[in-house]
Design a protein around this ligand. Structure first.
Ligand SMILES: [Zn+2]
Length: 441
């Protein structure tokens, strides 16, 4: 007997929430619902102690995300060395992929034909794509993906890492860049990024923005914020056009990105510009010094309607996560757990350590005592150490599973602490323990 589902090609395309044949995606399938607001801080600092931190539920066509939430990064539609079903088992609620990488390989048309990013990578849940702007512009400056950067005394609009060729150039309309894969010349703009992201089909997309570094001059930052605003307007218009045109697809939410580096007036100005446009949420992006990362979130929240979810792009460290949650961040992506794990750096509640240290060669205990991740319940430090030294792929898998679990669980615990009314105590205890031995990360 023939399965009718296999004979009708239209059934190969799933129709998630808010998608109906012949109709544009239903925007009401996306939205944010606040559950618990963080009470005012007892010390009355900042805005009279008022805080933007909250728990909530982010509804998307492919499912709900309970926030605050950690967003694992599956750059090329894959978490390196770990299958999506394992990520789900470890508690991951959503994944973020990169539009630029997917544009280069396999090409956005392949994802469109597959029925979108989630279906393509067999991930049964919400997905994000970043706009590609970061990767494209990184080709220009050659800097690393860190949100908080410690640079003092360096100012230049033409900064470029030692030994790197400048591969990207910004003009009013967009960015021209050389492909790092094969050296061919490409162009990204607001419209091109929207076209690519619509075809990739993630639930949440980001507007194409210009990323600057803390080394750019104040004057350049001002010009860049205005350019990002003009690009944001074009992104909204193109997004609306594509939503109306691409029938039968689920609604894709679009977040505007607030830049402005570490200048309070520029961040506030950029936030007001982004708030004035018809975005579904906001991305807090760009280079921010660690000491003002929480304040930066709060300045942006000052301008934003409460109903708009807030994503902090490329968060770097445990203390940064607490500062951003407290000041209104709902979702956070970070490549550090996977990247560090592959190098043997293991995150635990007692800080970060390297499992490749000689003392662990015959340590048959888990990576972290008391951790209930798959790695810790089945494998030992000595084994992971051996695999990583032997460059065995399973070593990357096991270390990544533990580190991703650590961050997923950290955000789950933070969420519980806000709902339970003990966020401040939980933050103080967690940070004191994590940094007790001077740990990085
Ligand atoms: Zn573990």
């Amino acid at each position: 007997m023939t399965n009718p589902e296999h004979t009708n090609p239209t059934n190969l395309v799933e129709h998630p929430r808010g998608a109906a044949p012949g109709k544009p995606g239903d925007r009401s399938a996306f939205g944010f619902e606040t559950i618990t607001r963080l009470p005012d801080a007892a010390d009355g600092k900042g805005r009279g102690g008022a805080r933007y931190g909250r728990t909530g539920i982010l509804h998307t066509p492919h499912g709900d995300i309970h926030t605050p939430a950690f967003v694992p990064v599956a750059t090329q539609a894959a978490m390196k060395a770990v299958l999506p079903e394992t990520m789900r088992a470890e508690g991951a609620q959503c994944m973020l992929s990169n539009a630029f990488h997917l544009y280069e390989r396999p090409g956005e048309d392949v994802l469109d034909a597959a029925g979108g990013l989630a279906k393509f990578m067999n991930w049964d849940g919400p997905t994000f794509t970043d706009s590609g702007g970061f990767q494209v512009l990184s080709l220009g400056a050659g800097f690393k993906k860190t949100l908080a950067m410690d640079v003092t005394g360096m100012k230049s609009d033409d900064v470029i890492a030692d030994g790197k060729e400048r591969l990207a150039f910004v003009d009013e309309d967009g960015v021209t860049f050389k492909s790092p894969l094969n050296g061919s010349l490409h162009r990204f703009s607001a419209e091109i990024s929207m076209g690519i992201q619509h075809k990739i089909g993630a639930d949440i997309m980001f507007a194409f923005d210009e990323l600057t570094t803390l080394m750019n001059t104040r004057r350049y930052q001002e010009q860049s914020v205005e350019r990002t605003y003009r690009w944001a307007q074009r992104c909204v218009a193109e997004h609306q056009r594509l939503t109306a045109e691409r029938l039968g697809k689920p609604y894709q939410a679009l977040y505007g990105v607030v830049q402005g580096a570490n200048y309070e007036d520029l961040r506030r100005h950029a936030a007001e510009q982004i708030a004035s446009l018809d975005f579904d949420g906001v991305g807090i992006g760009g280079a921010i010094e660690k000491r003002i990362i929480g304040d930066t979130c709060a300045w942006i929240c000052d301008a934003m309607p409460e109903s708009r979810p807030r994503h902090v792009l490329g968060i770097a460290a445990v203390d940064d996560i607490f500062a951003c949650v407290e000041n209104g961040g709902d979702t956070f992506d970070c490549v550090a757990p996977a990247r560090c794990g592959r190098n043997g750096a293991i995150f635990t509640r007692d800080g970060r350590y390297n499992v490749k240290r000689a003392e662990f060669k015959t340590d048959f205990g888990p990576l972290e005592e008391g951790c209930d991740c798959y790695t810790c319940t089945h494998y030992s430090k000595a084994y992971v150490d051996h695999l990583l030294r032997a460059r065995e792929f399973n070593g990357f898998t096991l270390a990544t599973i533990h580190n991703e679990h650590f961050f997923i669980k950290l955000l789950d615990d933070i969420r519980e602490s806000i709902d339970g009314g003990y966020f401040d105590e939980f933050r103080d205890a967690t940070l004191a323990r994590f940094y007790a031995h001077g740990s990085r990360g």
